[in-house]
Design a protein around this ligand. Structure first.
Ligand code: G3P
Ligand code: CA
Length: 253
């Protein structure tokens, strides 16, 4: 069923349970950021899948986490120094290829919300935001996708380009005034590491009209902390196990 990502967040809020997000798909069982990993996360019942995006040397949006190729493929060097055709020849694990973002959008449409992290630090990709918005519009995917980044200037730029796109700022620390960061970037979702979340942060973001999405919730302690803080979405590398834990939560009255 086609559902906007905003509607998914509203329904989860009404239901009293956070959305389940497959971080890089289901990397506990398949090579991260591959179509196999995303398909597996969808089959595991995820509401959202998350992927990481870079630009190839010929300007294609490619789904891979690191700026370098060594950890997840049989290639070497920087992603940005290779054409899409060169990147597509590499083995991204179990014979999988590095996906084009377009393939992941097409896989997600009508099934799950897609959270696209743009990797603009430390290497910058000028023009990435324009290419991304153009692709999402062309595929009719603006309402079913969100874009997040540690590089908040990109989020601010995207807000100016496409007012209806869900946007999120990623944060590793606990700032003094998280709601101010949300407002300054024009973002909808404040997305910290779970250990940088506390109950007052969730209250402050909700009072500012935002949602909280945490990563990467992979163990019992992280789940217990989320149960106490009540974020709106939870991204995990272990969607099968963490999804089962979330479904057993008592729903708040
Ligand atoms: O969704 C946020 C999270 O993915 C950020 O960290 O390094 O896993 O991309 P990283
Ligand atoms: Ca990411």
């Amino acid at each position: 069923m086609t559902q906007s990502i905003h509607a998914r967040y509203e329904a989860a809020h009404d239901d009293g349970r956070p959305l389940l997000g497959g971080h890089r798909g289901n990397p506990a069982e398949f090579p991260e950021n591959t179509l196999g990993s995303f398909r597996s996360a969808i089959a595991a019942g995820c509401d959202l899948i998350e992927c990481d995006v870079h630009l190839s040397s010929d300007g294609r949006l490619m789904v891979i986490h690191d700026h370098t190729l060594e950890r997840t493929t049989d290639g070497t060097g920087l992603v940005r120094d290779h054409t899409a055709a060169e990147l597509r020849k590499l083995d991204a694990g179990n014979g999988e290829r590095i996906p084009l973002l377009q393939e992941v959008v097409e896989l997600a449409l009508g099934k799950v919300g897609l959270v696209i992290e743009i990797k603009q630090v430390p290497i910058q990709y000028p023009g990435l935001e324009e290419k991304l918005v153009a692709m999402l519009r062309q595929l009719g995917a603006v309402q079913e996708c969100a874009v997040v980044s540690f590089y908040h200037p990109s989020i601010k730029l995207l807000r100016e380009m496409e007012p209806s796109l869900q946007l999120g700022i990623l944060e590793g620390a606990r700032p003094i005034d998280p709601a101010r960061l949300l407002r300054e970037a024009g973002a909808d979702v404040y997305s910290p590491h779970w250990g940088a979340m506390d109950p007052s942060l969730v209250k402050e973001i909700h009072a500012a009209g935002g949602a909280v999405g945490v990563w990467t919730v992979d163990d019992e302690m992280a789940v217990a902390w989320c149960k106490l803080c009540r974020p709106d979405s939870i991204f995990t590398n272990r969607p099968v196990e963490i999804g089962a834990a979330l479904r057993s939560w008592p729903v708040p009255a």
